[in-house]
Design a protein around this ligand. Structure first.
Ligand code: GLV
Length: 331
């Protein structure tokens, strides 16, 4: 009988990641199970010591009640709103994430959505594919300039800063809102000006959301905030569903109260507000911010390293809930 800890990997992963995991654990993989219901996840994780979590799978009270043997939860993502961290801490379950690995890849996608929304790439592609391109037209699919526009970044963490660096190449003016201002030297290096949120919304030509989700920022961007934006402005969300009130956004886009949006994340994803799909002035992609093979492999390997440390009595490098160590010691 193997003495390796047993670990469930809750979603598809890459062969390199599986191999690394198998070197340390007895692994139950999900290569042929692309999605679980919460009950299926509980059933598969029962009796395991660890879970490597991805996608929309949740570790909540119900999961922890059903899977009392779980000692460590490693999410292969930077955002960990699918983990009930307090519930993990109360049980001495160590929870980890994968920060710092996906910043550039996610900022690239942010810029892709900025360009796609500004230059109407979704519409343009649909136009060509539908066989509607019959002659050159001076005023066909006119977009908005990204260069020299004002970019308002909400959430100036690592991803927000990576976006600001990209904006320099487009000669953009950058303003940002963050709970705390970034240190003056970094602000100067990024050439970014801190603004109160309402002021940023009123001034920016493009607003890009880069902040982590918590209940405190649920519907941070709702009808009132969208109404502050210019009618020519674009909203880009590469952060998390739930930060934007998608119904209010659909209303504003349908009535052309803002010019467009580029969205990687949605409330209740993978379901999304069906009204968004009927609108031409929104570009929608399926939560692919970190989706390059190189980055996803690095994230998977990092999650395995976190799990390995957590399950062998070490402090994992990316521990979200250090308080759980004391709870564990007292158990
Ligand atoms: C992706 O959304 C992540 O949080 O890593």
């Amino acid at each position: 009988m193997s003495s390796k800890p047993e670990v469930l990997i809750s979603c598809h992963t890459f062969e390199e990641v599986l191999e690394h995991a198998r070197a340390h654990f007895t692994v139950i993989d999900s290569q042929n199970t692309p999605a679980h219901t919460p009950a299926e996840l509980r059933a598969r994780a029962a009796g395991m010591q660890g879970i490597l979590l991805t996608g929309t799978d949740r570790v909540d009270q119900a999961f922890l009640n059903a899977c009392a043997s779980i000692r460590a939860v490693a999410i292969s993502a930077v955002g960990y709103n699918t983990i009930d961290v307090d519930a993990c801490t109360a049980r001495g379950v160590l929870a980890t994430n994968t920060p710092g690995i996906l910043d550039d890849t996610t900022a690239d996608l942010g810029f892709a959505l900025i360009l796609a929304a500004a230059r109407r790439l979704g519409e343009a592609e649909r136009y060509v594919r539908a066989g509607r391109w019959t002659h050159w037209q001076n005023d066909l699919l006119l977009g908005r300039d990204v260069h020299h526009a004002t970019l308002g970044i909400v959430g100036m963490g690592r991803i927000g800063q990576a976006l600001a660096r990209r904006a320099r190449g487009f000669d953009m003016k950058v303003c940002y809102h963050n709970r705390s201002r970034v240190p003056a030297a970094e602000e100067a290096a990024l050439d970014a000006q801190w603004l109160p949120l309402d002021e940023l919304l009123a001034n920016a030509d493009i607003v890009c959301l880069c902040l982590p989700y918590s209940s405190a920022v649920h519907h941070l961007i709702g009808a009132r905030e969208i109404a502050l934006m210019k009618p020519t402005a674009l909203l880009v969300n590469i952060a998390r569903g739930g930060i934007v009130d998608d119904a209010a956004l659909a209303d504003a886009l349908a009535e052309h109260r803002i010019a467009g949006a580029g969205l990687d994340v949605f409330e209740g994803e993978p379901a999304l507000n069906p009204r968004l799909l009927g609108l031409d002035n929104v570009v929608v992609v399926p939560h692919i911010g970190s989706a390059t093979r190189a980055t996803r492999v690095k994230m998977g390997l990092c999650a395995v390293n976190n799990l390995r440390a957590a399950l062998s009595g070490e402090t994992p490098p990316n521990l979200i809930n250090p308080q759980a160590l004391a709870v564990r010691r007292a158990q």
